[in-house]
Design a binder for this molecule. Structure first.
Ligand code: ADP
Length: 254
């Protein structure tokens, strides 16, 4: 991969919950087209970083910039509008709705600001609905999902993860934040996920990935940031971070 410009920058990021310093001064950047992986022991602040980046939590301190624009503390749907989508560690789908409905809902969030005009023009509403459905179908086809009409609650866990990825993909993101996408997947499903991540990356989607499965990390990571107790303790290529005494200590010291 050739080195592309930095498009995403996190500086001095802190997120404290009362006395708990979940994230305590983290800096990292992501180059366009890279798959950047956040690793670190449990409780090191990885999910909190993604929750701040996706607008779920306000930062206590620090800046986040995307393509030169400050995005820290924007509301989640405005961050999606910037072209940044996410998936959750604990799947957040609507179990009683069908697969396609779940994927369509993700895009309604993105087009929220258009709701006003919809009431003036039913036809444009129908056109918009049609586009939303088409994008949902495309995203599902891309992740290799066929059973659109099935209720999400009837799907196996690994399948639900794919639906979540499709939902994020349907918003046509440039940057995708994935919180442990392989959690709950069997080895076969994980291998399929590796292929999917690579295909999405080939589409030009930049990614920030939290992942424990080192087998997966080895196969996809372009660069890595290692957190421990809310602070960055190492960064670089996989070889570099695995060779770092601080990293070894953090993992073995558990
Ligand atoms: P990781 O994703 O690396 O396992 P987390 O970001 O989930 O770590 O958690 C980092 C620390 O912040 C933990 O000590 C966790 O208990 C704490 N934490 C996370 N979210 C909250 C919250 N909403 N309120 C209070 N403490 C939290």
């Amino acid at each position: 991969k050739s080195r592309q410009p930095v498009i995403f920058e996190v500086n001095g990021l802190k997120k404290h919950f009362g006395g708990v310093k979940a994230v305590d001064g983290v800096d990292f950047h992501i180059r366009k087209g890279d798959i950047h992986v956040l690793i670190g022991p449990n409780g090191s602040g990885k999910t909190t970083v993604i929750n701040v980046l996706s607008g779920l939590y306000a930062a206590t301190e620090g800046t986040v910039s995307y393509r030169g624009n400050p995005i820290a503390n924007l509301r989640p749907h405005l961050i999606v509008k910037q072209g940044i989508a996410r998936t959750f560690q604990n799947i957040r789908l609507f179990p009683e709705l069908t697969v396609i409905e779940n994927v369509m809902i993700g895009q309604h969030i993105r087009t929220k600001s258009n709701l006003g005009s919809i009431f003036f023009n039913i036809r444009s509403f129908r056109d918009e609905e049609k586009k939303i459905r088409e994008r949902a179908e495309e995203a599902l086809a891309f992740v290799g999902f066929e059973n659109y009409a099935e209720k999400v609650k009837n799907l196996a866990y690994g399948q639900q993860r794919l639906v979540e990825i499709a939902r994020a993909l349907a918003t046509e993101p440039e940057l995708l934040l994935l919180d442990e996408p392989a959690a709950g997947m069997n080895p076969e499903e994980t291998q399929e996920l590796v292929k999917l991540l690579k295909r999405m990356n080939e589409l030009g989607i930049t990614m920030l990935l939290i992942e424990h499965d080192m087998n997966l990390v080895t196969q996809v990571a372009d660069s890595i940031t290692v957190l421990n107790f809310g602070k960055k303790i190492s960064e670089g290529s996989l070889e570099q971070v695995l060779d770092d005494a601080e990293v070894i200590k953090a993992y073995l010291g558990e």
